[in-house]
Write a protein that binds this ligand. Sequence first.
Ligand SMILES: [Fe+2]
Ligand SMILES: [Fe+2]
Length: 340
Amino acid sequence: MIIACPHCKKRYSISDEGIEKIRDRAVIPCSACKGDMRSSVPAGQPAGTTPSSPAAEKSSDGDSLKSRLAQALKDLPPMPQAFDQARGLMADVHAKPADVAHVLETHPAVSARVLRLVGMALYGDAESVSSIQQAVTALDMKTLNEFIILACASGLLSRELNGYGLKAWDLWRHSLGVAYCVRELASRMNPDMAEEAFLAGLFHDCGKLILDSCVEDRIESILPLVYEEKQSFQIIERQVLGFEHPQVAADVCVKWRLPKSLIVAIALHHTPSRFEHNPLACILHAADAIALMSGIGVGIEGSLYSIDEKAMEFLALDDDKIGMLMVDAAGFVKRTMECF
Ligand SMILES: [Fe+2]
Ligand SMILES: [Fe+2]
C-alpha cells in the first residue's frame, strides 16, 4: 500500500506488516516534513485491501462532485481581454502595429511580460527592451500578438496543482513544451493549422485546474492505482472521479471562448482515435507524449501516459524526429521561462 503526505507529498510504501502497526492510529507523522498524515486503514480491515473502492466513493459523492466542479469552473479567472484583442488582430489583415501598441498600452501587466519576451527574442536578454514603441518597431505583428497570448495564458496556467504533483509553473512549462511541439508538427503537415495548434498545446491540460482539488482529496485511493496497478491516469480519473481532465478542459475552453475546432482536439488529446479521425488531436497527442518524454513539467501523470498507436502511425514519426523535437522544445521552454 502506498500513502502520501498531504503536506510535502513524500510517498511511503507500507508493507502488510507496517499496515498492522498503523491500523489503530488516526495520524502518522511524516518523517520528511513532520506533518500529520491520516491513516486510511480502518480497524478490522484486512491488510492488502484498499480502504474503500473507487466505485463506492464515486457513487456516494457523485452529485456533490459535479456541483463542486461547476463551482470551480465558475471561480476560474476569466481570460484577459488582451487575449481576445490579440487574436482579433491576428485575424485582421488590416491591423497595424499601432493597434498592437494600443493593446499593450491598455494592459500594463501584460505588456511588462511582453517586453521581456521581446527582449529575449531580440537580444537574448529579458531586461533589454523597455518601451512599447521599441517593441512594435523591432518585431513583426504576428510575433507580438503571440507574445500577448503567452503573457495572458501564463497567468491562468501557472499555479501549483498538488493533486497532479505539479509545482507552481510546472503546468505552464509543460504547456509551453507541448505548444512548441504541436506547432512544429502541424506546420509540417499544414502550415495553416500551426497557430491554432499552438493554442491547443497551450491549453490542452487546462481541465486539471478544475479537477486538481478533487484529485488531491482522493489521492489515497489514486496512488495505489498509479504505483501498483500502473493504470493510465485518464482511466484512473474516470474510475475515481467519474470525469477525465480532457473532457473537463472542453468546459474551460468554452468559458475562455476558445475556437470550437480546438476544443474538440483538446477533448480527444489522450484518445485521438476514439471517434473519427481528427488530425489536430493526433498531433496534440504526439506533442504531449514528446513533452512528457523530455521531462517537461511532468507530474504524477508522466510515467502513465498511454500512447495511441494509430495516431503515432498516422504521423509517421521516427526516433530522430522525436529526438530533435525533444531537444528543441526543451530549449524553447528554457528561453521562454527566463521571461516569467
Ligand atoms: Fe492531458
Ligand atoms: Fe499534457
